[in-house]
Design a protein around this ligand. Structure first.
Ligand code: GDP
Ligand code: IMO
Ligand code: MG
Length: 441
């Protein structure tokens, strides 16, 4: 059976968790392929709001198997906390959640290194979530890392203390004041390792996923962050340290590219970014504040305010291209109700030349967004339960985006709750108009 992917097309927090949750009943296995506890995927159903950081977003569906893939980096302390928060739901986690033996561990000193690195950068800091992501991936590619499978070997603690020593030296050389105390966090780290060993099954996940596919099981690969935070294709250096794009699903799970079928790209009807880095469509002033307030744009992981901006069609098209997106999910259109004039970026001026593709740098010294306008809508979209009753201006907005990017918006989300969603199958954009659009190009 083929594998489908769900990933973010912007700078993260697009609503991936909700879409995974909404589609999980079509799959047998949900597998996270990269990132770590820098992610915060929110699931809201009825009175329950739950934020997952490492555990795949299919965990609430009792029939699904959930796999943390080799491409993920796991902080056992945060993982333990996540597991404990799920206890009250009686989800039979021990039978349904597996972790790859090749998953790398985030150590307490990785978090300290992250903080030291950000402090030493001063104004040029990345705005990292400070979860130790960068240093852990550095040790992975530097071939120094400790993996979950090592915990089954007696000598793992020696590996740990050797690596810790190396980190401590590095931190000392960085000459920055740190508030984290290694002895305190190390105690909790060892407790959480014991908890991990006793409560989650470690597997050879690539083998497990291969056999599952062969036996006809359907797999959904869940991405974290967004394409513009990809280490290769994002707004470097203001990115995360993994491949957040579709290729990351192959390396992060050991899945052949030939097996990939649908790639669902999730985007907001506008754009947000948390942390530093260029953002050509950022809105300053009243409208930006309104979107932030109505959209509750505060980080699910760090609580930091997210910067808000207009939808950037050039960046969206770029992300669609790199990922081979076959279906789009547009989130949070409800948040834009009441804005009279909606703007979208249709091209950039890069070094004084007009370009309609992603230029080398989005830095404000090199790149400026060219904005176009469309009429907005007023109705409360979260109260409309039939797609055909959605306001014409909203439907025009959708059609305009589909035409510009050439991929159908198959899912429209109009509120945080799992129920506030319109899913059309096979797709919203009729095959005839899609074919005509392709011919016109
Ligand atoms: P993820 O990291 O991509 O899973 O996204 P986050 O969970 O970090 O952020 C998305 C936020 O938007 C969460 O608070 C969701 O509850 C919320 N959300 C998702 N879809 C919608 C929507 O259609 N409308 C509104 N108003 N909120 C939504
Ligand atoms: P989800 O999966 C939004 C951002 C950070 C920072 C940069 C690098 O919830 O969409 P890192 O901690 O990885 O070193 O931070 O990436 N970032 C995210 N922004 N959503 C996320 O995840 C993010 N994960 C990392 O804010 O700018
Ligand atoms: Mg998030």
């Amino acid at each position: 059976m083929a594998v489908d992917i769900i990933l973010g097309l912007q700078w993260g927090d697009e609503g991936k968790g909700k879409i995974v949750d909404a589609l999980t009943n079509q799959y047998d296995i949900i597998a996270r392929f990269q990132g770590g506890p820098n992610a915060g995927h929110t699931l809201i159903f009825g009175d329950i709001k739950h934020v997952l950081h490492t555990i795949p977003s299919g965990i609430f569906h009792k029939k699904s198997i959930n796999v943390v893939g080799n491409g993920v980096v796991v902080d056992p302390v945060i993982f333990m906390d996540e597991l404990k928060k799920l206890e009250k739901f009686d989800l039979k986690i021990e039978e349904r959640l597996f972790i790859s033996k090749k998953t790398h561990l985030i150590l307490p000193t990785h978090r300290m290194l992250d903080l030291a690195s950000e402090k030493s950068k001063g104004k040029l800091k990345i705005g990292s979530t400070l979860k130790g992501i960068g240093p852990t991936y550095m040790d992975k590619t530097g071939r120094n890392g400790i993996r979950v499978g090592d915990l089954e070997h007696k000598d793992w603690k020696k590996k740990y203390f050797d690596l810790k020593q190396k980190h401590v030296k590095l931190i000392k050389n960085m000459n920055v004041e740190l508030s984290l105390k290694i002895d305190e966090i190390e105690k909790l780290f060892f407790e959480s390792i014991e908890y991990l060993i006793s409560s989650v099954v470690f597997i050879d996940s690539e083998e497990f996923l291969y056999k599952s596919q062969k036996n006809g099981l359907k797999i959904l690969a869940e991405g974290a962050q967004g394409s513009l935070l990809d280490i290769d294709f994002g707004t470097y250096p203001y990115v995360t340290s993994s491949n957040t794009t579709a290729a990351g699903a192959c390396t992060g799970l050991g899945i052949s590219p030939k097996k990939i079928n649908e790639v669902y790209g999730v985007f907001k009807a506008y754009t947000t970014r948390v942390g530093s880095g260029p953002f050509p469509t950022e809105i300053f002033g009243e409208i930006g504040e309104k979107i932030s307030l109505v959209g509750k744009e505060f980080g699910s992981t760090t609580g930091r305010a997210r910067r808000c901006g207009w939808l950037d069609l050039v960046a969206l098209k770029y992300a669609i291209q790199i990922n081979g997106v076959t279906k789009l999910a547009m989130m949070k259109g409800d948040v834009m109700s009441g804005i009279n004039e909606i703007k979208l970026c249709s091209s950039y001026n890069y070094l004084d030349n007009k370009v309609d593709f992603m230029p080398y740098s989005l830095d404000k010294n090199h790149t400026e967004a060219n904005l176009i306008s469309m009429p907005g809508w007023d109705a409360d979209l979260s109260k409309i339960n039939k797609e055909e009753n959605l306001p014409p201006e909203f439907l025009d907005y959708i059609k305009f985006i589909e035409d510009k990017v050439g991929v159908p918006i198959a899912i429209i989300s109009v509120g945080p709750d799992l129920s506030l969603i319109h899913i059309s199958e096979p797709t919203r954009l009729g095959m005839i108009s899609y074919a005509v659009f392709c011919l016109k190009k």
